[in-house]
Design a protein around this ligand. Structure first.
Ligand SMILES: [Mg+2]
Length: 328
């Protein structure tokens, strides 16, 4: 879809941008009480409402690191006129870690991923090209393929004018903390799908986009995603074969499975967070894509929005993202 088409669709695009960011934060908060929990197999017992988060002793409705880091990235992209700035991104992530910038809890970051914390320690010492290179070498290992960059990458789709721009922004943003090609490519693919969803692509078209680019993906990511060449392939995948671990491929697969195998924002959100384990993060990854796709704030259950805490941070960032499209 061309830039001209996007301009003609601005009101439509604005609503989709807003719903995508809201969706990410809401599903993060919905899944947060289920983080670290074993999977619930009894469907009537599925969590369907915002619950208090016993992991961090918080009332219902608090979004966690996933949405906080996505908000940091959103503000960085807006401040940089939609361009990538690794140093600005890193400085905002360090502010989140040290001061609770963009946290749903005043002055305090929580639910911090191990690799993210480690990488930010180097960034805290020096926001420089040397640090970017150092992180790029030190964390480029097979066992360092967590979902920490995928969970926050959505704003790259929300600012990009073209598919190609979205993918490049996403890959660059991953390298700030998660430079392994598997993480970088997962971010690129997810952002490609979210960008097309924002333009109004249907689910068959999104699967077509995924398969069109699957051969170029990192080998383990490619092997996992090649099997999904139709909605039927997602529908027929048994739930017990879907992991919701923090491994980037598992998290992406869980989010895509919940998205393609259900037909409403709410149904997919309930399905994905009740996988347990890294429930808030698979929720956030799902929620960003599903929000972009279903595209209207009303698709998110009102009872979930009503329970959100510090939601003004999400509303404000969404407005800045929308304003950027009219500004540049
Ligand atoms: Mg989290």
């Amino acid at each position: 879809m061309s830039v001209d088409t996007m301009k003609n669709n601005e009101p439509f695009l604005n609503t989709r941008i807003r719903t995508a960011l809201y969706g990410l934060a809401v599903c993060d908060a919905l899944g947060a009480p289920l983080e670290f929990q074993p999977r619930q197999h009894d469907r009537p017992k599925y969590v369907r409402d915002m619950l208090p988060n016993a992991n961090f002793d918080l009332p219902a409705g608090h979004f966690t690191d996933d949405a906080s880091m996505a908000l940091c990235l959103a503000h960085s992209l807006v401040t940089s006129n939609g361009k990538h700035n690794a140093f600005d991104q890193a400085i905002r992530y360090v502010r989140w870690l040290d001061e609770g910038y963009m946290s749903s809890v005043a002055d305090s970051a929580f639910d911090v991923g191990t690799q993210t914390r480690q990488a930010l320690q180097y960034w805290r010492q020096s926001a420089s090209a040397e640090t970017l290179n150092f992180v790029g070498r030190k964390f480029d290992e097979d066992w360092r393929c967590g979902n920490g960059s995928l969970m926050r990458v959505l704003p790259c789709a929300l600012v990009a004018k073209t598919e190609q721009e979205a993918v490049v922004l996403a890959k660059e943003s991953s390298r700030v903390t998660h430079p392994h090609t598997r993480c970088v490519d997962a971010c690129g693919l997810y952002t490609r799908l979210a960008w097309h969803a924002l333009q109004g692509a249907n689910k068959e078209q999104l699967i077509g986009e995924m398969q069109k680019h699957v051969e170029s993906l990192e080998v383990e990511l490619r092997k996992r995603l090649q099997q999904y060449d139709s909605i039927e392939a997602f529908d027929s995948k048994p739930r017990k074969q879907i992991s919701s671990s923090g491994y980037v491929i598992d998290s992406l697969e869980a989010a895509l499975w919940a998205f393609f195998a259900t037909e409403t924002f709410e149904a997919g959100a309930i399905e994905v967070v009740n996988l347990g384990d890294d429930a808030d993060t698979v929720g956030a990854i799902y929620g960003g894509l599903a929000g972009a796709f279903y595209g209207k704030v009303e698709c998110i259950p009102e009872r979930w929005l009503r329970d959100m805490k510090s939601f003004e941070l999400v509303v404000e960032a969404a407005q800045h993202l929308i304003d950027l499209h009219t500004r540049v």
